[in-house]
Design a binder for this molecule. Structure first.
Ligand code: ADP
Ligand code: TRP
Length: 333
């Protein structure tokens, strides 16, 4: 049996990079059968404790948590098969965080790329930002997770979780299960480009919201960077940003056809306008039904709270058992 776990911070509207790099594989995991034909377990959560390292506006926080839950559900996460919960509904992870912090050297945290990156971008070095990987490790270890589907940027954090589980187990005996990470199936999904060709990211202002539609979608697609070469000029499709976007959405046969026509140039070659129109169609087909579900879910906040309460209940049970095991191992019980 595999136990999947991952979390996403409720940091604003989720974009296509978040979808193809993270959310999609979380949702896909619910259909994976266990190695012995048994059922796997799935824990997916909204990392609101982590988000406090950046968001200090309570109203925005509430709104973003709600949006994140709705995003998961609208895109197909099934709360009957998956434990979907809010991180802060499981305070046991804070207790596990403390236990882990007593066996973790400063050096390990000082090597964290993500912390150094955040400081380089002008973030104030709070203790919470520094110990962020310990809380993330507690999230992972609390549920005996074996597979953590993440984007490339989170790999080092999962490796730190492996290290911390090792420090604790070496000191007190086998308490924690060693997790592995899992990256998206293809590199294209692991690094979705933004409208300007750089990595798509909220911090770069180059994103396309998953649920964008109509005129706003058209405007965003129109903003995707192109150059002034004529359609008839033969081009390497790898250098055409619109083709990178189509890679995310089209099936292999159709994609190969578009690429061949771009490469050959001449009369039959598509102009950027054709590629943009096909991209909009592709986005509408992929996300149209989910836009509707999102609207329905937003209109029923009580149902969202019921789903979160059920998730919290299941998650707390597991995390409390792990916490008890860890406390007993250290002699605190
Ligand atoms: P952002 O950079 O927009 O703030 P986050 O850092 O909150 O995004 O990332 C949330 C999740 O989405 C992470 O698992 C991350 O790996 C994934 N992700 C973010 N941007 C991309 C991208 N451009 N391509 C693929 N995955 C991405
Ligand atoms: N740090 C992750 C991110 O920013 C979110 C996260 C918190 C997480 N706890 C986790 C991811 C545990 C995987 C497992 O994307």
């Amino acid at each position: 049996m595999k136990t999947f776990l991952s979390g996403i911070q409720p940091s604003g509207l989720q974009h296509l990079g978040n979808y193809f790099g993270a959310i999609r594989q979380h949702i896909a995991s619910q259909d994976e059968t266990g190695t012995e034909g048994d059922e796997n377990e799935h824990f997916y959560f909204i990392a609101d404790y982590h988000a406090l390292t950046t968001c200090r506006d309570p109203e925005a926080m509430r709104m973003q948590v709600r949006e994140m839950v709705v995003t998961y559900l609208a895109l197909g996460l099934d709360p009957d098969r998956v434990t979907l919960f809010r991180q802060s509904d499981v305070p046991e992870v804070c207790e596990i965080t403390w236990l882990l912090s007593t066996v973790t050297g400063m050096g390990l945290l000082e090597r964290a790329h993500s912390y150094k990156d955040k400081l380089a971008h002008g973030r104030k070095p709070t203790v919470g930002l520094f110990t962020y990987p310990i809380l993330m490790t507690a999230d992972i270890l609390a549920y005996d997770s074996t597979i953590v589907p993440v984007g490339k940027d989170q790999v080092q954090h999962v490796e730190m979780a492996q290290d911390m589980a090792g420090y604790f187990n070496n000191t007190y005996g086998e308490v924690f299960v060693r997790p592995d990470y899992r990256l998206p199936a293809s590199d294209k999904m692991a690094r979705v480009p933004g409208l300007d060709g750089d990595k798509m990211s909220k911090s770069y202002g180059n994103t396309l919201w998953i649920f964008e539609e109509g005129k706003k979608l058209k405007k965003a697609v129109n903003a995707i960077k192109t150059d002034s070469r004529e359609p008839s000029e033969p081009k390497d499709p790898e250098g055409v940003l619109l083709v990178d976007f189509l890679e995310l959405l089209l099936d292999e046969t159709e994609l190969a056809d578009w690429k061949a026509r771009v490469r050959e140039g001449g009369e039959g070659a598509p102009g950027y306008g054709h590629l943009k129109a096909r991209l909009i169609e592709g986005i509408d087909a992929a996300f149209g039904p989910a836009r509707e579900r999102r609207r329905e879910l937003l209109a029923d906040p009580d149902e969202l709270e019921r789903i979160l309460a059920r998730g919290a209940d299941r998650a707390r049970g597991r995390a409390a058992a792990t916490r008890d095991r860890a406390l007993a191992a250290c002699g605190l019980r």
